[in-house]
Design a protein around this ligand. Structure first.
Ligand code: ZN
Ligand code: ZN
Length: 627
């Protein structure tokens, strides 16, 4: 508040109105504890004659700062003064404490009030609705009605929010009945809150139904609905609503919030075409390009496999923040661009930006995916310079890096020296590398440790099964399957997605129901003959069933990624790149087949699995077979 004092002419006593106007103009974030103390000291020293207006302004400032100690200070000072609070000021105190998350104090003031009005009830209900105890908001409601007060739209919207935040709260539809009863059902405020709650609970069907029935809609209701679809990864519905929003409501423009929801949705399923369309729409709209929006756009390009577009956008982004850097570095990790990640990290540090644990996880993963052992070790050490304690994920990535480079024993001793308890993921990383290097003894040990921590982890069981199978230890492999059956461990069904035209098609392994099933099979047979000439021999290790060779070969042909590839080949224009997404790791045999197909047909094929991207081109893959 130094500014406050200098604004008062020298030698004159600052008046209440002078301080008052300064408090009003002072942006809340520059208000420090000591400034507040100074004002209170000025009052104590009699240099400022306080009035209720000053207290009211201070209370409002504290509510904006959301700092409990400020709130308590001002309140205590007021209690020592000769003033008594009227309803208006008491309501401000309740609001201030609610904003600062001090619900006990808010309740105390409320309880001590001799006279309460609608605002008092609504302030407290609203406070509880976003607190850790939303049920208290609900329990206040009948008391409020009993006291002869009717809810307004704000009260009802808060109650809806509270319902949404409770695990076993009353259904939101009961509040809908109240809104009808009190004539608030046409309030866009209440309607939007209800749509938002349904959408956040993942009940997008109900959100949509309610949304359609709303007599009035605004940006908030549209955005609540679109964000709900986006969170569920339902791009088609998000897109439909987005288009509908533009068409039906001439004066509601999509905001940066809407666009970022759209990019998040497209990124979720890796839908590049739709993402690009939304990007073009954004450019035309003239909507303010915030860094938050830029980061979601960046993630959309990166997660849809369009690394070139992501790079270009990243270079153009002004005011890059930590999230922008972490997004591009995570993209490098997913695309297996270890050196690029290393260079970017150096640039980031040179530019004066401080990396955090997400940054390091990204560069370590990128290093591990390319087998850049030295770089990975350097970055792992560097974490200490920034006083970042590695978490289990960082250790798991280091184990992965060491073990995949063939240093299995070093990886094992690295685990034994970890200062934190190794997680199942750490042991899983060792197990995965043991499968790669066909070391079943160490792999067995790693699997046992991982299963001690999580006996039902189907991934570990499957890896162990695969490890035994590829080492020819069929008896042990059979033992794993038996164990899985006993424990009821189920393998996650493999799924692949591919974008053709404006829709995304899903393929499930061994699914016979696809309408183009026969064409897909015929195409694979033809491709199979072609790549067999190039030396392709089906690697039946990757078929996890006991059956004869011929049958195992057939099984490979119905892997979901193969069906998706054939479907795309049948339905996409001849030179269009093919982008496939898979929910588990791409299998080794499909990897070999895809490389050959990319050469034979001269087609770019991009597969995103749970671990990374594979760019197949001219008979090779961007991962260099190191994955
Ligand atoms: Zn496969
Ligand atoms: Zn690959």
């Amino acid at each position: 508040m130094r500014r406050a004092i200098s604004l008062v002419p020298r030698g004159t006593r600052p008046t209440a109105s002078a301080v008052n106007s300064i408090v009003k103009n002072s942006p809340s974030f520059i208000m420090q504890n000591k400034d507040l103390l100074q004002i209170l000291d000025l009052i104590d020293a009699g240099e400022v004659v306080p009035d209720l207006g000053i207290y009211s302004d201070l209370v409002r400032l504290c509510a904006n700062c959301r700092l409990q100690e400020h709130a308590r200070l001002v309140h205590a000072h007021f209690q020592r003064s000769h003033f008594t609070a009227d309803v208006f000021l008491n309501n401000s105190f309740i609001n201030m404490y609610c904003k600062c998350g001090a619900m006990a104090e808010a309740q105390q003031i409320f309880d001590g009030m001799l006279e309460r009005d609608m605002v008092s009830w609504t302030a407290l209900i609203s406070g509880y609705s976003t607190s850790a105890t939303p049920e208290k908001a609900i329990s206040l409601f009948p008391r409020m009605l009993a006291g002869g007060f009717f809810p307004n739209a704000y009260t009802l919207a808060s109650l809806v929010k509270a319902c949404g935040a409770m695990a076993n709260g009353p259904p939101v539809c009961t509040l809908h009945c109240f809104s009808v009863k009190y004539g608030l059902n046409s309030s866009v405020f209440v309607g939007s809150a209800m749509v938002d709650v349904y959408a956040r609970q993942g009940r997008t069907d109900e959100a949509r139904k309610l949304f359609l029935s709303l007599p009035a809609k605004n940006e908030v209701s549209w955005n609540a609905l679109i964000a709900g679809f986006s969170r569920e990864g339902d791009v088609d519905s998000a897109m439909e609503s987005f288009v509908e929003m533009q068409r039906s409501s001439g004066f509601f423009k999509a905001s940066h919030y809407t666009y970022s929801s759209m990019f998040v949705a497209c990124a979720r399923i890796g839908s590049l075409e739709q993402g690009k369309w939304v990007h073009a729409h954004l450019v035309k709209s003239g909507c303010t390009f915030t860094i938050f929006l830029g980061n979601t756009l960046l993630a959309m390009y990166a997660k849809s496999g369009a690394m070139d577009d992501a790079r270009k956008l990243f270079q153009r982004l002004r005011n890059k923040d930590l999230v922008s850097w972490n997004t591009i570095l995570t993209a490098c990790a997913q695309h297996g661009l270890g050196r690029e990640a290393g260079n970017l990290l150096k640039k980031m540090i040179e530019g004066g930006r401080r990396p955090n644990e997400v940054t390091f996880l990204a560069v370590l993963t990128a290093s591990s995916r390319c087998g850049l052992l030295e770089q990975g070790e350097e970055f792992f050490k560097m974490m200490g310079n920034y006083e970042i304690a590695p978490r289990a994920e960082h250790y798991a990535t280091m184990v992965d890096l060491l073990a995949r480079a063939g240093l299995l024993l070093r990886a094992e001793s690295f685990i034994s020296e970890m200062p934190i308890k190794p997680t199942a993921a750490v042991w899983g990383a060792l197990l995965g590398a043991c499968r790669m290097h066909k070391n079943w003894k160490l792999g067995e040990l790693a699997a046992m440790r991982a299963l001690e921590l999580d006996p039902l982890d189907s991934g570990v069981h499957m890896l162990l099964y695969n490890l035994y199978a590829c080492c020819g230890r069929w008896a042990e492999a059979a033992g794993v399957r038996k164990k899985m059956k006993e424990l009821g461990v189920k393998k996650e069904p493999a799924c692949s997605w591919v974008e053709v035209g404006n829709s995304v098609h899903v393929f499930v392994a061994d699914d016979d129901s696809h309408p183009q099933r026969e064409e897909i099979q015929r195409l694979w047979q033809r491709l199979h003959e072609k790549i067999k000439d190039l030396g392709y021999a089906p690697d039946v290790d990757h078929v996890l069933l006991f059956m004869d060779e011929g049958e195992r070969e057939n099984r490979l042909q119905s892997h979901s990624e193969r069906m998706a590839l054939a479907f795309a080949l049948l339905n996409l224009p001849p030179s269009a790149p093919i982008r496939i997404k898979k929910n588990i790791r791409v299998c080794g045999d499909c990897h070999v087949a895809f490389k050959l197909v990319s050469g034979v047909l001269n087609r770019d094929i991009i597969v995103r699995d749970t671990n990374r991207f594979h760019h197949f081109r001219s008979g090779g893959c961007s991962c260099g077979d190191y994955w």
